[in-house]
Design a protein around this ligand. Structure first.
Ligand SMILES: Cc1cc2nc3c(=O)[nH]c(=O)nc-3n(C[C@H](O)[C@H](O)[C@H](O)COP(=O)(O)OP(=O)(O)OC[C@H]3O[C@@H](n4cnc5c(N)ncnc54)[C@H](O)[C@@H]3O)c2cc1C
Length: 388
C-alpha cells in the first residue's frame, strides 16, 4: 500500500542524521527520520570523546545544539604536540600561531548525542523506528522505501546517515573502496599526576598511534590505534600491566597514570565512496566516508557534509520544492569532494608512514617533522586546515 510521505527521508538517527534533520528543518522542508530500532537498547555508554573543530562548533552554536551541552564536560585544546618513537622528532602546534584561543573543543559522545536529542525534540518531524525496511528504489519524481509488510513510502530524496555499513549506499549501488587498517582502536580514560595544560598529544609508535585528548586538568581520553598482531596480547593484560606499558610508552610527560574507565574496542577501516550521490539519494557522515581516527576528524567531516547541505539549501531556494533534483545533488557532490578525499588520503598516508618499520622512512619523518616545526608558514597552513 502506498502511503503519503514527507519530502525527505533521513535514514539513520546518529549524530550526523540528527544534524541533517536540524539543517533541513530551517527551510520548511518536511522530514522523516528513520532510526534503527536497536539503537534504543544500547548496552554500554560510548567512551569516545570528539575534538570538535572551531568551524563545526560555530554551526552547532548557531543551530541551537551547543547550548544543551553540560558546560563542565567541554574542555579545550590550545596546543597539539606530535612526536614519534623515532628519535628527536616532534612538532608543536599552538592556537596562538594563528591568533586563535583554541584549536578544538572536547566533547563526550554521550553528551553530544543527548544535546542533539534535546535539540531535535524542539522540531516537528515524523519519526519511524523500525528494522523492517526492505528496499529503496528511485523513480523519476520520487524515491520509494518499501517495508517488510509491503507498505511503500514515497519521498523526494533519501539521505543516508546510516554509518559506515550504510544500507542506503548498498541499495543505491554506490561503489566504494575499502581498506582494513589491520588495527583496532582501544578507547579509555586516564588520570595523570602531571596537568595537561590544554595540550593534546599524538605519539606515533612502532605498533600503532596513541592520541591523547585533554579532559579535566589531570585527565585524558585516549585512543590507542593498535596493530592487530598485538591486540590479543593487549586484551589479556591486567589493568595494572596495561598502565605500566602505557607509562613506558609515554615517558616522563604525564607522570604517574591511573586507568579510569574500561577499555572499549573499535576495529579500524577506511571507506572511500566513488560518489556521495545517486538517483534521489545523498550520503552524509560515515555513510559517505570512513577515515582513520588519528586526526580526530571523522565526525567533523560528517558535520561538514551537513553544513554544506545547509549552505546549499540556503542559497538555492528554487530547489526547495524538490531537493532530490540531480542538479542540486551534483552541487553537493562536487563541493564535498576535496575535503573528504584530502582527509581520507592524509590520514591513510600518515598512519602507514608513521608505523612503517623502514629506516629510510624513519629518516624522512625525523627530518620532516623537525623541519615543519621550524617553519611557521607551513604550521599556519596545517593549523588552518585542521580548524575548519
Ligand atoms: C575510536 C574512534 C575515535 C573517534 N574519534 C573522533 C574524534 O575525535 N573526532 C571526530 O570528529 N570523529 C571521531 N571519530 C569518528 C566518529 O565517531 C564517526 O565519524 C561518527 O560517529 C559518525 O557518525 P554518523 O552519525 O555518521 O554514524 P553512526 O554514529 O554510525 O550512526 C549511524 C546511525 O544509523 C543507524 N543505522 C544503521 N543502519 C541502519 C538502518 N539500516 N536503518 C536505520 N538506521 C540505521 C545506526 O543505528 C546509527 O544510529 C572516531 C571514531 C572512532 C572509531
Amino acid at each position: 500500500m502506498m502511503q503519503e510521505s514527507s519530502d525527505v527521508l533521513i535514514l539513520g538517527g546518529g549524530i550526523v542524521g540528527m544534524a541533517t534533520l536540524i539543517a533541513i528543518d530551517k527551510y520548511d522542508i518536511e522530514a522523516t527520520l528513520l532510526s534503527d530500532a536497536k539503537t534504543i537498547h544500547k548496552k554500554e555508554a560510548d567512551a569516545r570523546f570528539y575534538a570538535i573543530t572551531p568551524g563545526v562548533k560555530i554551526w552547532l552554536e548557531k543551530n541551537g545544539v551547543w547550548t544543551f551541552l553540560p558546560n563542565k564536560e567541554v574542555s579545550l585544546v590550545r596546543s597539539i604536540f606530535v612526536y614519534s618513537d623515532k628519535e628527536h622528532s616532534s612538532l608543536k602546534f599552538d592556537a596562538d600561531d594563528v591568533g586563535m584561543n583554541e584549536l578544538a573543543f572536547i566533547v563526550n559522545h554521550e553528551d553530544l548525542e543527548k544535546a542533539f536529542i534535546q535539540r531535535i525534540s524542539e522540531i516537528s518531524y515524523e519519526e519511524i523506528r523500525t528494522n523492517k525496511i526492505k528496499s529503496l528504489s528511485a523513480g523519476v519524481e520520487n524515491i520509494n522505501l518499501s517495508f517488510a509488510d509491503d507498505n511503500i513510502r514515497q519521498f523526494k530524496l533519501a539521505i543516508g546517515a546510516d554509518g559506515y555499513n550504510s544500507w542506503v549506499r548498498n541499495q543505491s549501488s554506490i561503489h566504494f573502496k575499502s581498506k582494513d587498517f589491520d588495527q583496532t582502536a582501544i578507547v579509555f580514560n586516564i588520570k595523570t599526576s602531571k596537568a595537561h595544560q590544554d595540550c593534546a598529544y599524538q605519539k606515533f609508535m612502532y605498533h600503532g598511534i596513541l592520541a591523547l585528548l585533554p579532559l579535566h586538568t589531570h585527565e585524558f581520553s585516549i585512543v590507542l590505534s593498535l596493530d592487530n598482531e598485538m591486540l590479543e596480547e593487549y586484551k589479556n593484560l591486567t589493568d595494572a600491566k596495561f598502565i605500566q606499558i602505557l607509562e613506558k610508552e609515554t615517558g616522563e610527560i604525564f607522570g604517574e597514570i591511573e586507568l579510569m574507565t574500561n577499555r572499549q574496542y573499535f576495529p579500524l577501516n577506511m571507506k572511500i565512496n566513488e560518489s556521495l550521490i545517486s538517483d534521489r539519494v545523498l550520503l552524509v557522515g560515515d555513510a559517505a566516508h570512513q577515515v582513520h581516527p588519528l586526526a580526530g576528524q571523522g565526525l567533523n567531516l560528517g558535520l561538514r557534509d551537513v553544513i554544506e547541505l545547509d549552505e546549499l539549501l540556503s542559497s538555492n531556494k528554487k530547489y526547495h520544492h524538490d531537493v532530490g533534483l540531480k542538479f542540486f545533488l551534483k552541487k553537493y557532490n562536487r563541493n564535498r569532494k576535496t575535503d573528504i578525499l584530502s582527509l581520507s588520503y592524509l590520514t591513510d598516508k600518515l598512519s602507514s608512514l608513521f608505523t612503517s618499520k623502514n629506516n629510510i622512512v624513519d629518516f624522512v619523518i625525523n627530518f620532516g617533522l623537525n623541519k615543519i616545526n621550524q617553519n611557521q608558514l607551513i604550521k599556519k597552513i596545517l593549523i588552518k586546515k585542521a580548524i575548519l
